[in-house]
Design a binder for this molecule. Sequence first.
Ligand code: DP6
Length: 328
Amino acid sequence: MKATAVAPANIAFIKYWGKSDSKTRIPHNSSISMNLSHVHSKCTVEFDPLLKQDDVGFVGEEIVKPKEIERIIVMLDRVRKFANKKLFALVKTRNNFPKATGIASSASGFAALSLAALTAIGKKLSGKELSIFARLSSGTACRSIPDGFVEWKKGTSSETSYAYELYSPDWWEICDVVVVVSKKMKKVSTTEGHRLADTSPFYQARLAVMNEKISQLKKYMYNRNFSSFGKLIEEDALNMHAICLTSTPALIYWEPKTIEIMKQIIEWRESKEVESYFTIDAGPSVHVICEKKNVNQIQEKLKDVSGIQQVIVNSSSIGARLSDKHLF
Ligand code: DP6
């Protein structure tokens, strides 16, 4: 009754922001993302008849919020109910990147936890079912289940809202150079942020063009048209942050360094030094999206920017998978 799973974080090219049903995490719009090769969570779950309660922990992390533990226990309850078993579990998770800084730790964490917990309790789900199961704990987690480049179809119900592989990881050699500018945990959770989306006077305008954006982006990905793809993902990131900035209360996820790097990226592009585009999730980290051939040059250029905490280079990766190397 023990299993371990590894799942990647993912970066959204067209963002998920706002839910039509917050309980089941059905989004207002579909989204598109890429799974990341070098930022992932590993999770081991063991259901044990001798345990009197769940025992949940993170390897190598001193500060764990009680809310994080609660959210994990809610998922374990869902797994127990699904398998009709009343057993408590020992759960350990290890992230290989800083949490809650704009790299989706809830995505990789809950994708790995879903696969590990369901396997440990003896349930084998299809990719679609697993994506739905992961979504119930964190929306973006559903996109960390399939391989490579992924679309999360918003659907119209819990059964029809899931992510699937658009293209395999080797479809397109594009990279996400993650620039971590601060390791402080963000103050407002994304779950709270989603709730505020429709307080922005611009939110309906965003939603009105989402279907069109999704089909445009899929076309650019199919044709591997990097310039058009880059312009659209940068525009969507700014659009999502415009919603955050104009919500009540306003959500400002950026730090001064975030803006400095955004401006650098535009300057490198306009001066024809190197073409890359930024995207930013709900945190200060900047994701520099570029073609693989330009990664070294971008890394070199980032060395000239002071105050960067960490740079993590990612290509497209496979999704959640089981591992036989347990954490305990
Ligand atoms: C800003 O999945 O963290 O990263 O469903 O409430 O857990 P919950 O939210 P979460 O959403 C984060 C969204 C985003 C944009 C994106 O990745 O699409």
